[in-house]
Design a protein around this ligand. Structure first.
Ligand SMILES: *[C@@H]1O[C@H](CO)[C@@H](O)[C@H](O)[C@H]1NC(C)=O
Ligand SMILES: *[C@@H]1O[C@H](CO)[C@@H](O)[C@H](O)[C@H]1NC(C)=O
Ligand SMILES: *[C@@H]1O[C@H](CO)[C@@H](O)[C@H](O)[C@H]1NC(C)=O
Length: 451
């Protein structure tokens, strides 16, 4: 049991409103409408008796007409309720019900062996070539012995090309009305807040569609035969953050995609200034950890583009800052095609590998701006577009007849990270270059300079 004091302290560490609102010892507040959004976390979501008691209690405080949403995980039980309250109601809830952890007001945050499909019998690796490919793809198959990428024009890759693997694009929806992604997206997962939002790309300027095409697009993508899963979510809403990775977890388990799935996260959220990890990120981190360490799913994230901001040289956002051996997310930085680091790309000990993310070409979202003529491709820059290439490259490695790193259950994600960092990348950018740029292991025998 938590004492009242502890609950209040926790609530306030997470930035509770109770301290600032005019609430007396009996929770009498100035009459105000219940307009503040709250996440309410049960202490033990598996106890259904307790859950329904708690729910009745919440209803008795908020009334029957107020929204009360919740999310129940298939493996962990009830994870949260969401509702609107005023300060007096929040106070009553905390005071009366010590089994509920009233964590937060929602707008507070700134920003064994695997059960795999049988693999085809080993055969000699067969390579294919995309001629006159975009520079970032050329650089991925740049042999170590050809230091100047401009001597190459082709993207050379194993014909498996990600076949039988799945890349979950966790963002704001993918526009498939572009040739590059035609028939690439066969599954849609919607977060709690995006249930009714439709399939289209809602991201600013078609960011998500661009990302998706870098991972697996036919022309612009790395893993040309991987399937994309559009995981449409709101990246700043605690309801989605604390449930979306659980939804992916259930999907991977149901479809038995262990060892065949890669998640791309091309966004991040800045930690609150008090440095205390909020409850919904603790939950998200727990699910991500399960995905990586128990379900053998690889998670790739972008390093972030804020190096030029004071104090933000190093990777500093959730979930990338959780990176560690027991949280083996792979963080990707952005270089120019010549291998020099982009000056905006964040660095530091939590950065693992780089890929070309400057002046990249990708698919545009067709209907994004009806007033502008649509062009089937566009230029862009940012770690957002480097990360999906590494996600694609890992899907590619997973599809090879012999996966080039250990896929031992429980260690696959960590091995993938170490392999990317230490083997499937090498330093470019000439003497003094810092960037170990991602590489698909292709050698000069397979990819001869053309000029
Ligand atoms: C579930 O909660 C009830 C109280 O509502 C409690 O009496 C019971 O012991 C709990 N069960 C478990 C398994 O914790
Ligand atoms: C518990 O809530 C009820 C209203 O639902 C209120 O009348 C009562 O005073 C509260 N108890 C405490 C200890 O705050
Ligand atoms: C992949 O992750 C990067 C970095 O987090 C992001 O910028 C990009 O949009 C993501 N791509 C997809 C397809 O979600």
């Amino acid at each position: 049991m938590y004492s009242l004091q502890l609950l209040l302290a926790l609530g306030c560490l997470f930035g509770c409103r109770l301290v600032t609102a005019q609430v007396d010892a009996h929770c009498n507040s100035v009459e105000e409408p219940p307009t503040v959004k709250y996440m309410i976390y049960p202490v033990n979501g598996m106890n259904q008796t307790q859950n329904s008691k708690n729910e009745d209690f919440i209803k008795s405080i908020i009334g029957q007409d107020t929204v009360l949403d919740s999310y129940t995980s298939e493996s962990e039980g009830l994870l949260w309720w969401f509702t609107y309250m005023n300060a007096g109601q929040a106070c009553l809830l905390m005071k009366n019900k010590t089994e509920i952890l009233l964590a937060d007001e929602i707008d507070k945050y700134p920003d064994g062996e695997l059960d795999r499909l049988p693999r085809v019998a080993p055969r000699a690796p067969e390579f294919t070539s995309q001629n006159k490919a975009v520079a970032e793809l050329v650089v991925l198959s740049q042999p170590k012995t050809v230091p100047d990428y401009t001597k190459l024009q082709n993207y050379v890759y194993n014909v498996n090309a990600g076949q039988g693997t799945y890349i979950y694009i966790v963002e704001e929806g993918i526009d498939v009305e572009t040739d590059d992604l035609d028939s690439k997206v066969n599954q849609y997962i919607f977060s709690k807040t995006k249930q009714k939002s439709g399939n289209q790309d809602d991201s600013e300027d078609g960011h998500t569609t661009c990302v998706a095409s870098k991972a697996a697009g036919k022309n612009f993508g790395v893993a040309k035969k991987a399937e994309l899963v559009s995981v449409k979510t709101s990246i700043s809403d605690p309801r989605d953050i604390s449930s979306i990775f659980d939804q992916i977890l259930s999907d991977v388990q149901k479809k038995k995609r262990q060892g065949k799935a890669v998640i791309n996260l091309s966004w991040g959220v800045a930690p609150p200034s008090n440095g205390v990890v909020p409850q919904h990120w603790l939950i998200a981190a727990r699910h991500l950890r399960k995905l990586m360490n128990e379900e053998d799913v690889i998670v790739v994230g972008s390093a972030g583009n804020h190096r030029q901001y004071p104090g933000r040289e190093n990777i500093d956002r959730y979930p990338k800052i959780f990176a560690a051996d027991d949280f083996p997310i792979i963080n990707v930085g952005n270089t120019l095609a010549n291998g020099n680091a982009n000056k905006y790309s964040q660095i530091g000990p939590k950065l693992h590998v780089w890929a070309v993310g400057t002046d990249i070409t990708c698919a545009s979202a067709k209907r994004k701006d009806p007033n502008k003529p649509w062009s089937p491709d566009r230029k862009n820059y940012g770690t957002s577009f480097a990360a999906p290439q590494v996600a694609g490259l890992l899907a590619y490695f997973l599809s090879l007849d012999t996966v080039p790193f250990s896929t031992k259950h429980g260690t696959l994600a960590l091995n993938a990270r170490n392999f990317m960092r230490d083997r499937a990348s090498y330093q470019r950018g000439g003497p003094g270059g810092i960037a170990n740029v991602a590489w698909n292991l292709v050698t000069e025998d397979q990819n001869k300079p053309t000029s």
